[in-house]
Design a protein around this ligand. Structure first.
Ligand code: ADP
Length: 456
């Protein structure tokens, strides 16, 4: 209740001075004064009424805001909302249902006031049935200050017994999407401004429900991603262990095959006819190729060890020189013309950056066209990073394959060129460790531009 305010005291004082003998007023003047006071009183009471209304509205909006912002389950949040409606409006009880994922049934999530259970007869209301389901279906509020004679109320006997007077049911909407229904029963009439307030409250609650759903979806997605990530890590570890063991154990018998077939070729060459010699040459070639594959597999299985390589000042000029030295035979054989810009010093691992150049230049030579290989290495500073580019005039890559070639064992020109399809996977890993990006821009027959970035 509001305390008696100075204005009310003024009215009381003015009224007590009604006798002419006390005040010295003439009767008609007194009558006029009386009328003026009555008018003033009505105005003041209307003002205090609207002030009370504003106070009530702000309290309810504040309580609902606090309830929606709190952490906890959807049920806990909605229960706090219902409790705020009951407390601030003096309602008999308030309830909130949310729409199930199929959009067919309203599930009672929260109830406060006269009823606090959520598992009763109204626990699950199919859309279109009972007044709650019909509000959901029509997506329109149902408001009445005559509950006991309202045909929409299924149990009017109950309404009479409990002395219910008013009902306000609002669909909970996010634009034109229904998320639930809020219902309020009151033993006193609900004024128009209270009904307006409840419409606003319904909208706030609808957004709260939607936010909570989105959070739930996000958490599920996060859980799924984490699970998938863990599974991938496990299978990756298992694969690496397998690759390490398999390649290590395969090397020995393979060395025997290669060694003995080479001996066969050397010492028994005269005893073999042309076809026999051709076959042994195939065995030697095959075993050498398999040896390279196994080496690649072994190296790939140790890829994780790269993560421990130190990041320090790396001179990419020196890294490139090292790569060129390692490729000298291939460069000479192919008569490749390799040019370069001045290359920067970056933060990274020089050895690993050298491996990138070696792989990219090696590929540029390997996947050359009929023309003499012309390769250019450049580096350009772009805001916060260095963008390196190895450009060649080779056979190029069809655009649809430009993303796939970076996966382990991915090969486009399998049988025509030696290789295990691991070079670019290596490069990707190294660039990832340097927090950069690696990609290719190319067109079949038009050469390729392999680009990678290293943060400055
Ligand atoms: P590998 O060379 O051992 O096959 P990589 O991982 O280095 O493995 O390359 C994957 C595939 O990408 C190659 O098999 C080839 O098809 C394609 N590729 C790589 N570099 C080039 C290039 N410079 N030009 C054309 N194709 C390339």
């Amino acid at each position: 209740m509001l305390a008696l305010r100075p204005e009310d005291e003024t009215i009381a004082l003015a009224a007590s001075m009604s006798a002419p003998e006390k005040s010295g007023f003439q009767p008609d003047e007194l009558e006029l004064l009386r009328l003026q006071i009555a008018e003033l009183k009505t105005q003041l009471s209307a003002r205090s009424q609207s002030e009370r209304q504003i106070l009530l509205q702000s309290t309810l909006v504040l309580d609902i805001g606090v309830a929606i912002a709190r952490r906890g389950s959807l049920q806990a949040i909605l229960t706090a909302c219902c409790e705020a409606v009951v407390k601030d409006l003096g309602a008999a009880f308030a309830r909130v249902w949310t729409l199930n994922s199929e959009g067919s049934v309203l599930d009672l999530q929260a109830s406060a006031g006269l009823y606090t259970h959520v598992d009763g007869a109204h626990g699950h209301v199919p859309v279109g049935t009972l007044k709650i389901g019909r509000i959901a279906q029509a997506r329109r509020p149902h408001l009445t200050n005559d509950v006991q004679n309202d045909p929409e109320v299924s149990d009017r006997e109950w309404a009479k017994r409990e002395g219910m007077v008013a009902f306000a049911g609002h669909p909970l909407m996010i634009e034109d999407r229904l998320v639930g229904v809020m219902a309020v029963f009151s033993r006193a009439e609900l004024s128009q401004s209270t009904l307006n307030l409840l419409a606003a409250v319904a909208s706030i609650i609808a957004h709260g429900v939607d936010r909570k759903w989105l959070e739930g979806e996000r958490d599920l997605l996060l859980e799924d991603t984490n699970r998938a990530l863990k599974a991938a890590e496990r299978s990756n570890e298992a694969l690496q262990r397998f690759a390490a063991v398999a390649s290590h154990d395969l090397q020995e018998p393979l060395r025997q095959v290669a060694g003995f077939s080479q001996m066969l070729n050397r010492f028994y060459k005269d005893k073999l006819d042309a076809r026999g010699q051709e076959y042994t040459a195939f065995i030697v070639e095959g075993s050498l190729r398999m040896g390279r594959l196994i080496e690649g597999l072994l190296a790939y299985s140790q890829i994780e060890a790269m993560t421990t390589a130190p990041m320090e000042t790396a001179d990419t000029e020196l890294a490139l020189r090292e790569a060129l030295a390692n490729l000298s035979v291939a460069i000479q054989e192919s008569e490749a013309d390799i040019t370069r810009d001045a290359l920067p010093t970056v933060r990274g691992n020089q050895l690993q950056l050298g491996q990138i150049f070696q792989n990219l230049l090696g590929n540029a030579i390997k996947y050359r066209s009929q023309a003499r290989p012309r390769i250019h290495v450049s580096a350009v500073k772009d805001q916060m990073e260095w963008v390196f580019c190895v450009r060649d005039n080779g056979i190029g890559i069809a655009p649809e394959h430009c993303d796939t070639i970076f996966g382990a064992f991915a090969r486009l020109h399998g049988s025509d060129y030696a290789g295990a399809g691991l070079g670019l996977a290596f490069c990707s890993k190294i660039i990832e460790l340097h927090r950069g990006r690696l990609w290719v821009e190319s067109e079949a027959g038009k050469g390729s531009r392999f680009m990678f970035t290293i943060p400055d």
